[in-house]
Design a protein around this ligand. Structure first.
Ligand SMILES: Nc1ncnc2c1ncn2[C@@H]1O[C@H](COP(=O)(O)OP(=O)(O)OP(=O)(O)O)[C@@H](O)[C@H]1O
Ligand SMILES: O=P(O)(O)OC[C@H]1O[C@H](OP(=O)(O)OP(=O)(O)O)[C@H](O)[C@@H]1O
Length: 306
């Protein structure tokens, strides 16, 4: 295999929730690679980059300790590995969004974190969960005038089963749709942190490593991924509107800098092209129609730089 020594090392989650979208991002940014079956390192064909496929939970450490230059992982994993001081978060990627929540059986006697203090909590996030409950214990201990110590029980997966199996009275786990939580008969009583996938760079590798010359390549990765992320977040909206309604419509669709406005052949009418957040576009179209816009067209963005 060609040497990876002279290449920038880019860590990507090798499986799990972030894997698929990471691959889509890399393809969207035109980083071309072929990954042979089960091989965890592969070369990008059109740039001096080697992709290293690692567990999402290990990526903060590899980046933080300077073994790789740049990586994608969840903010929760960075917090859990206590690597924030050693990495720079350079881009929020807009996927892998969920919350780390304290959950308890829906119909049980424990219905607040204060009720849970001093009992057992199962989690794969021992550092985050431990830190959170140390603070709860301190507060509850002061109120009760006694030492309160919640026991953190580490489990590697299927955390939601812990209460039913009698291992713990509550859990700390990730929640996105809430389906897993509800299926296990649990409900949330507190949010510990929100999280999403981010691009991180190594402070150590950049400061001390022999790879300072990779700075332009890191800037290219950030700029290309930011373009793909923005193109997933925004759509292009085009509409026609009487010129006298343009000011009012521009308040609803201000665009990135300002809307692109061109005259129509029909006197008194203009055509507007503007970027709108995908999640808000239906509501924006309703508002524009109320104002008097017609011929509204939404186009998906393939890529962009903003
Ligand atoms: N339900 C979810 N919705 C959105 N993002 C999630 C969800 N579950 C996990 N994530 C994000 O994806 C990251 C990886 O989670 P996942 O459970 O896929 O990892 P894994 O493959 O089980 O474990 P490892 O970290 O060992 O690779 C999490 O740290 C979190 O940031
Ligand atoms: O709120 P939801 O949409 O149901 O998602 C939450 C679930 O997703 C994650 O697990 P995942 O399914 O990735 O598998 P894992 O248990 O192997 O980590 C997380 O650990 C929860 O169990």
């Amino acid at each position: 295999m060609e040497s990876i020594k002279d290449r920038l090392l880019f860590a990507i989650p090798k499986k799990g929730r972030l894997f698929e979208t990471c691959n889509e991002l890399l393809a969207g940014a035109d980083f071309q690679f072929f990954r042979s079956n089960r091989l965890d390192v592969c070369l990008v064909q059109n740039h001096p980059i080697a992709l290293v496929f690692l567990p999402a939970s290990d990526i903060p450490r590899f980046v933080g300790e300077g073994n790789v230059d740049i990586g994608i992982t969840g903010q929760d994993r960075i917090e859990e590995s206590q690597m924030w001081p050693h990495v720079n978060e350079v881009l929020k990627l807009g996927f892998g969004k969920c919350k780390l929540q304290v959950q308890v059986p829906e119909h049980g006697t424990i219905q607040s974190v204060e009720d849970l203090a001093g009992k057992r909590v199962a989690t794969s996030f021992s550092n985050i969960g431990g830190g959170y409950f140390r603070e709860v214990d301190r507060r509850v201990g002061e109120e009760r005038g006694m030492l309160v110590e919640t026991k953190i029980e580490y489990v590697g997966g299927s955390v939601e089963a812990a209460c039913a199996l009698g291992l713990a009275e509550g859990i700390v786990d990730l929640v996105e749709s809430g389906e897993t939580m509800r299926a296990a008969g649990l409900h949330p009583i507190a949010t510990v942190i929100p999280t999403e996938a981010v691009l991180i760079t190594s402070k150590k590798r950049i400061a001390e490593g022999p790879k300072a010359s990779f700075a332009p390549l890191i800037r290219l990765i950030i700029s290309r991924l930011a373009g793909v992320v923005a193109s997933r977040k925004f759509v292009l909206l085009a509409y026609n509107i009487p010129r006298e309604k343009l000011v009012e419509a521009s308040l609803v669709t201000p665009g990135q800098r300002s809307p692109t406005v061109s005259s129509l052949e029909e006197t008194g009418w203009v055509a507007v092209n503007v970027m709108v957040e995908r999640a808000k576009v239906a509501q924006v179209m309703d508002q524009l129609q109320e104002i008097g816009a017609v011929d509204l067209l939404v186009t998906k963005l393939e890529n962009c730089r903003i």
